[in-house]
Design a protein around this ligand. Structure first.
Ligand code: GDP
Length: 452
């Protein structure tokens, strides 16, 4: 029997990814908020998360075990799948199979489900935080009420701002150790708001709490009658969820599925927007145009796919399209360029080497990028004020700067503020194979010609 409707042939790792994406999609429907906790060692992150899980009574142990076994089954493909799969994360870093020291935990209340990224680490803290924060909707910044806002707090707030986190919660912890004093809390809150005002977060909340005693975490505190705001959980329940299905459709092509002469499908994770059969698309960077014939998934064809779903697209025309290309809405396609202005967070002990070629991974594309000496380094203690731009010849571990970078080939991209998937990238040292930096494209310095 002629089988012209051969369904896409999924590789085992893609299949597992699909299970997990489906899991994520279900919980997204139910209202899923992703957040990250940030703080210095001993500020009480672990205690707070433990308290959240314990007092909310709803931990998805079953699903977690299921996911753990799913993750364990992968590995035959030479790729490591861990809980990072549950957030889009730095997908290229994930593909590399680099172990990232970020624990994702799930819990739920009657109103909402949560994924919290717990980011431990001392020297590697920035790397862990960037990984955890890259898909978070909110960041909980912990400060010890006895110490107040520290340089670390400002650094974390600035990183959260750079990574596009919209909501900040300043959790003033260990209030039990300052006699639950209102004036201590108010001073810390004022200090932080003074610093963070210029970072343009959508909202900043400050909450006095004790993770250890359970004050204002899930249950309101009888010890702080002067505080009239919500508990941490009530605040997290009320935050608006990110609308990542708005904006034009993008799908970085992960692989081309060609089981026989009659079927050619382009598989990947839809990173932005919505797509339907019949929609006009462009393939970037070539600029070729076609129309979506069908959206295939493991469960059959779809009438519509949205950001966050793993799909296989078939197209109406025989256009050139391969791994690393981007399939995008023809109405508002991404730009194509080979010179960029970008923020860079340096995450390696060996400082940045201007002039040297690094692998740059953006979406599913890998190219060689050369860095110019930094335009400037940013003083994270004073990132928006006078004197925030420091002269620098290079970027050291954990420093943040603005650089110009050139790629050896034009790539499709969007500014990070418009698309995290097409504007966020990592740099990999070609010799050590270590991920040395993450970056966020601000704009193109030179657009490619002859594309649109
Ligand atoms: P982490 O390093 O940020 O994860 O901090 P931990 O959660 O391990 O807490 C560090 C220490 O602070 C531990 O001894 C905790 O018991 C203590 N701690 C954490 N939160 C509180 C709190 O709200 N009140 C008091 N008194 N101690 C706390």
């Amino acid at each position: 029997m002629a089988d012209t409707q051969t369904p896409p042939e999924y590789r085992p790792d893609a299949l597992i990814a699909e299970d997990i994406e489906a899991y994520l999609a279900r919980h997204r429907d139910a209202g899923l908020l992703r957040f990250i906790t940030c703080g210095s060692v001993d500020d009480g992150k672990s205690t707070l998360i433990g308290r959240l899980l314990y007092d909310s009574h709803m931990v998805f142990e079953d699903q977690l075990q299921q996911l753990e076994s799913d993750s364990a089954r992968v590995g035959t493909q030479g790729e490591t799948l861990d809980f990072a799969l549950l957030v889009d994360g730095l997908s290229a870093e994930r593909e590399q199979g680099i172990t990232i020291d970020v624990a994702y935990r799930f819990f739920a209340t009657e109103i909402r489900k949560f994924i919290v990224a717990d980011t431990p680490g001392h020297e590697q803290y920035t790397r862990n935080m960037v990984t955890g924060a890259s898909t978070a909707d909110a960041a909980v910044l912990l400060v010890d009420a006895r110490k107040g806002v520290l340089q670390q707090t400002r650094r974390h707030a600035f990183l959260a701002h750079l990574l596009g986190i919209r909501h900040i919660i300043l959790a003033v912890n260990k209030m039990d150790l300052v006699d639950y004093a209102a004036d201590v809390f108010e001073r810390i809150e004022a200090d932080f708001r003074g610093f963070a005002a210029a970072l343009e977060f959508e909202n900043i909340a400050a909450i006095p709490l004790s993770g250890f005693k359970g004050d204002n975490v899930v249950n309101a505190s009888p010890a702080m009658p002067w505080y009239e705001g919500p508990t941490l959980v009530a605040h997290l329940e009320a935050l608006p969820l990110a609308g990542d299905q708005t904006g034009p459709f993008h799908m970085p092509v992960q692989w081309v599925n060609r089981p026989n002469q009659d079927f050619r499908g382009f598989a990947g994770l839809a990173s932005d927007g919505v797509i339907r059969p019949g929609d006009a698309v462009r393939i970037l960077p070539s600029g070729a145009q076609s129309t979506v014939k069908a959206i295939e998934t493991f469960d059959g064809q779809l009438e519509e796919a949205v950001a966050g779903q793993s799909i296989t697209l078939t197209l109406a025309d025989e256009v050139d399209c391969s791994r690393g290309d981007v399939i995008a809405s023809a109405e508002d396609p991404p730009q194509v360029a080979d010179q960029f202005d970008a923020h860079l967070v340096w995450m390696d002990k060996i400082a940045m080497k201007p002039g040297r070629g690094y692998w740059l991974k953006l979406g599913t594309r890998t190219v060689t990028a050369t860095l110019q000496p930094p335009k400037y380094e940013i003083d994270v203690n004073n990132p928006t004020g006078e004197g925030a731009r420091l002269a620098a010849k290079t970027l050291e571990l954990n420093s943040i700067g603005v650089v110009e970078l050139h790629t050896d080939r034009p790539i499709a991209f969007a500014p990070y503020r418009e698309s995290k998937a097409l504007g966020g990238f990592i740099l990999i040292d070609k010799e050590s194979n270590a991920t040395v930096a993450c970056g966020m494209i601000n704009f193109a310095l030179r657009r490619a010609q002859n594309v649109h």
